[in-house]
Design a protein around this ligand. Structure first.
Ligand SMILES: Cc1ncc(COP(=O)(O)O)c(C=O)c1O
Length: 439
């Protein structure tokens, strides 16, 4: 690691120890946590909330994968901020009751889901059409078991979220990838190709907004997807986990809000509050459909072993987290603007244009890859993008996700997670700028 900017990782780690004890494993007394949470009603997203030492994937996982030179974790999609105080308070209150036996899911939990979707998106969901999951992945896996027999094809527009490939692996299904075209800075679906593939698929996984490209799909695009899928008997599995991260002035359209009832009846939607409030390890999510037959078939493959803490945290976030979310979104918008300007001015070997959805930046690193000879260093066991990932980890101390894990269209790309403090974002970008300048 040649790059140093007055950043002492040892001090960083020592600080991490302190916050890890409090943040991850709990203060002894719940009331102390309540006070602590109340003090932070100001939602200071500039505060560096150190996650080292908590077994978190983004930071500790990056050190495990790339070594102790990692200074900035910008990989897996969660946020570095202290959680919304309403969540900490609810967990602290529940912890005062020291029994953790089996739990019934309260009606209020379903109501919180319904009210959130109504309040934020005007979406009316009948609570009887909601089923719970331990995350979007487990919901999707149940749906694939229900509709896509082993060996059958699942339609996806790529590049797309790497985790879907794992879901396909679990269900012994095959990705039918319809590569999108990058036109004037936006990914567009090639509908002719999409329809050709739809003819041989049973299900389609839709990602709205799309990870990693940040596409928000318009009502017209969603309708076209829906019409083609309906025509060819392809059930739409709409993953909308990133829907709460839409930049100011942009609009997310829930698939279930489309006016064509037949299209909506041919779909299930999968959502969670875990991305929105960075509660991923709480393992909660839900799916719903206006079509009772589809719902019943998926539910028959789904066993949602939710935890008490997951339910308490999620309900608190859905009921009381609006203000926190309302403040984190402009902060993230500002990060997008900052990253765009910084990359344009300081990292000439990388191209980036902010997308309307998600807090993920989909970087074009093809010229950087060429500069470091990534193609030459790749072999059967690795891709050029993994070479770039390794190189940036080693030379810049930054952990990113390689484009090649996002399917066709991921060549020459890296995904960078912008959901961190401005200071960390700047450090990550500055490290990359300096490393590439010396390449
Ligand atoms: C598009 C998408 N779907 C699903 C997930 C994971 O869902 P869960 O943690 O609820 O299983 C992620 C996480 O990054 C994601 O980006």
């Amino acid at each position: 690691m040649s790059v140093k900017r007055g950043f002492d990782r040892r001090t960083f780690l020592r600080g991490a120890g302190a916050s890890a004890v409090l943040g991850a494993f709990g203060a002894r007394r719940a009331d102390a946590l309540v006070d602590f949470a109340q003090e932070h009603q100001g939602f200071d997203f500039d505060e560096h909330y150190d996650r080292f030492g908590t077994h978190c994937t983004k930071w500790d996982g990056a050190v495990q994968d790339f070594g102790s030179g990692i200074e900035v974790g910008m990989g897996i999609a969660d946020m570095d901020f202290r959680v919304a105080p309403c969540v900490t308070r609810a967990l602290a209150e529940r912890s005062q009751h020291e029994n953790w036996g089996y739990m019934r899911i309260p009606d209020s939990y379903y109501e919180a889901i319904v009210e959130w979707n109504q309040r934020h998106y005007g979406l009316q969901i009948d609570p009887d059409t909601i089923d719970l999951t331990t995350g979007v992945h487990s919901g999707l896996i149940s749906a694939l078991h229900a509709f896509s027999p082993p060996g059958s094809r699942v339609l996806m527009t790529t590049p797309i979220y790497s985790g879907f490939y794992t879901d396909l692996r679990f269900t012994r299904t095959i990705a039918d990838e319809s590569p999108m075209h990058f036109v004037d800075g936006r990914y567009e679906i090639d509908f002719d190709d999409f329809e050709r593939r739809a003819r041989r698929c049973n299900t389609m996984i839709l990602c709205n907004p799309q990870n990693p490209t940040g596409n928000l799909w318009s009502p017209e695009e969603l309708t076209r997807i829906g019409e083609i899928c309906l025509r060819h008997g392809v059930i739409v599995l709409s993953d909308e986990i990133h829907c709460d991260f839409v930049r100011a002035g942009e609009r997310y359209t829930p698939f279930a809000s489309l006016p064509n009832r037949d299209i909506v009846d041919n779909s299930l939607t999968f959502k969670a509050a875990t991305k929105t409030f960075s509660l991923s390890a709480m393992r909660t999510g839900w799916f719903f459909s206006t079509n009772p037959d589809l719902l019943e078939r998926v539910s028959s493959y789904s066993r949602a072993d939710l935890t008490t803490l997951g339910i308490v945290a999620t309900e608190a976030a859905l009921r009381e987290g609006d203000e926190w979310l309302g403040q984190v979104k402009p902060y993230l918008d500002e990060n997008v603007r900052f990253a765009e300007a910084y990359i344009r001015d300081e990292i000439p070997l990388v191209d980036y244009r902010g997308a309307p959805g998600t807090y993920l930046a989909w970087l074009d690193v093809s010229r950087a890859a060429e500069r470091i000879g990534a193609e030459r260093h790749a072999d059967d066991s690795t891709t050029p993008e993994r070479v770039v990932q390794q190189w940036i980890a080693e030379h810049a101390g930054v952990a990113l996700s390689p484009g090649s894990s996002y399917g066709m269209g991921g060549a020459g790309r890296m995904r960078m997670n912008l959901a961190t403090t401005k200071r960390m974002l700047e450090r990550g970008l500055a490290n990359i700028a300096e490393a590439l300048a010396q390449a």
